[in-house]
Design a protein around this ligand. Structure first.
Ligand code: BES
Ligand code: MN
Ligand code: ZN
Length: 494
């Protein structure tokens, strides 16, 4: 599929389906649209009246036009209220159109959409992202092709966006990162392991010219990463500490780290996840690492003037005769001791050593993404990530990045008093506290391992996955975080 900007006048465009975006407060046809309606003998006006189309965000209707017309079908999509227009409105509307166009077996699809904020680049990028994200389908694990290649969308013309090639290229680069993240999360735990995650990092490094360092178990031992290795010790697979680095040419404006939880399967350990716990979904527990590698792939192509370190302490959380016992005391690489009162709170143990490692790199900021707690899902539901940080500047950078990317996030309190729940009689801290406020104590635990660097933690346990189609996400892995991370890094160039 090729998405291309076009300066062809709306009235002259020819193709299978022409999609028109309309605001909720302006569904009457004026100007060019009125002329277009006349050209098609009033079919648009009739369609709007017949279907009682109100322009509600993401509502779509369509009709055929007469057989000899240069346009076979017209699709109308609602954009909601004009004063509420955001890039994500365009992204979602474009996704809705792409789905309709695909169902109609349109090969050539045209878009006539308004601009957000008079910004043709941001608008074209959002539309292109919406189309590509909505049409992506994962058939890697099917033995036979599920659909006819001949009935796919081939060309998408963005009318009125002439000259926006660079914005579309940017969309392609970012989407390649989102799709990588989706593929990594969707793949089962017998396909994505610490070994294959390291191989994926290697493939990105080779293809896009990044530096890669993989720390093996012995290297991690030398660095004293007892928390990470405690989680890894029951698995038959070796842990891999992945450190991928993008360095711009010239002096970087900022130096950042992105850390992702990379638990390729979370059985719970000896505190094994029981029936109804969703243990069969725990292949998704490397969603943070997936977003990290997806962001690396995108950033390596976008080439900002920012140095970025992509880090994941990858392992499984398994059971065996040499598993951690509940109650074991581990020593992390900053010397802090941890009483593991629950082996299922393993993500924070792996992140602890990754944070200590990143904190020593002398960076301007660290952001970690993790499918860390069910408690975060209870608090914010499936669609919204939790943002935890003591740093207001980093918080507003992330909130801004997420606003543009359309990934929902909500800042949560870092209530220091709750750290009392992690007090241990034997060690410096326990790894879990009481159930109430469980996502906050998890964040407070992580905070013990960052001393020098402004830091934010993002709990993505909810939005990493969607059970049903949701906007531009199909059912399954969403690739949550990649676009936000890219925006955060690009925003740090200023
Ligand atoms: N990987 C889970 C968290 C999770 C839950 C991710 C649902 C995705 C969807 C994490 O390792 C975990 O098991 N957390 C425990 C912590 C508890 C033992 C304090 C949880 O949330 O129940
Ligand atoms: Mn767990
Ligand atoms: Zn986990």
């Amino acid at each position: 599929m090729t998405i291309q900007p076009s300066d062809q006048p709306l009235l002259e465009w020819a193709g299978d389906s022409l999609a028109i975006g309309l605001f909720e407060d302006a569904v009457e046809l004026t100007g060019e649209l009125a002329t277009l309606d006349q050209k098609f003998s009033g079919v648009l006006k009739e369609l709007i009246a017949e279907e009682e189309f109100k322009g509600k965000a993401n509502s779509t209707i369509f009709t055929r036009v007469n057989a000899d017309s240069p346009v076979r079908k017209l699709i109308l999509v609602g954009l909601g209220k004009s004063d509420a227009l955001k890039p994500d409105t365009l992204r979602r509307a474009a996704a809705a159109v792409a789905r309709v166009g695909k169902k109609q077996k349109s090969k050539i699809l045209g878009f006539s959409f308004p601009l957000w904020n008079n910004d043709p680049a941001a608008s074209a990028q959002a539309i292109a992202e919406g189309v590509e994200l909505a049409l992506y389908e994962d058939i890697r694990f099917k033995s036979e092709p599920v659909e006819d290649k001949g009935s796919q969308i081939e060309t998408v013309d963005l009318l009125g966006f002439g000259g926006q090639e660079a914005a579309i290229t940017r969309a392609n680069q970012i989407v390649s990162g989102v799709i990588l993240a989706r593929q990594l999360v969707a793949a089962p735990a017998n396909a994505v392991t610490p070994i294959t995650l390291a191989e994926t990092a290697q493939a990105i490094a080779t293809e896009h010219g990044l530096q890669l360092q993989i720390l093996e178990r012995e290297d991690c031992e030398k660095l004293g990463m007892g928390a990470f290795l405690g989680v890894a010790q029951a698995s038959d697979l070796p842990p891999k500490f992945i450190h991928l680095t993008y360095k711009p040419e010239g002096t970087p404006k900022k130096k950042l780290a992105i850390i992702g939880k990379g638990v390729t399967f979370d059985s719970g350990g000896l505190n094994i996840k029981g029936a109804g716990s969703g243990i069969e979904t725990m292949k998704m527990d490397m969603g943070g690492a997936a977003a990290t590698l997806g962001a690396a792939k995108a950033i390596a192509q976008l080439k900002p003037d920012v140095e970025v370190h992509f880090i994941s302490a990858a392992t499984e959380n398994m059971i065996s005769g040499h598993a951690m016992h509940p109650g074991d005391v581990l020593t992390a690489s900053n010397g802090k001791t941890i009483e593991v009162n629950n082996t299922d709170a393993e993500g924070r143990l792996t992140l602890a050593d990754a944070l200590v490692y990143a904190d020593k790199l002398g960076l301007d900021a660290i952001v970690d993404l993790a499918t860390l707690t069910g408690a975060n899902v209870i608090a914010l539901g499936d669609d919204i990530a939790g943002l935890y940080t003591p740093d207001d500047a980093v918080a507003s950078q992330i909130e801004k990045a997420a606003e543009t990317s359309g990934e929902k996030i909500w800042r949560m309190p870092m209530e220091e008093k709750y750290f009392e729940g992690l007090k241990s009689g034997i060690a410096d801290m326990k790894n879990t506290g009481p159930r109430p406020g469980g996502a906050i104590t998890a964040a407070l635990f992580l905070k013990q391992f960052v001393k020098e660097t402004p830091w934010a933690h993002i709990d993505i346990a909810g939005p990493v996955w969607t059970d049903k189609e949701n906007g531009y996400n199909g059912a399954g892995a969403t690739g949550y975080g990649v676009r936000m991370l890219v925006n955060w890094v690009l925003g740090s160039e200023e």
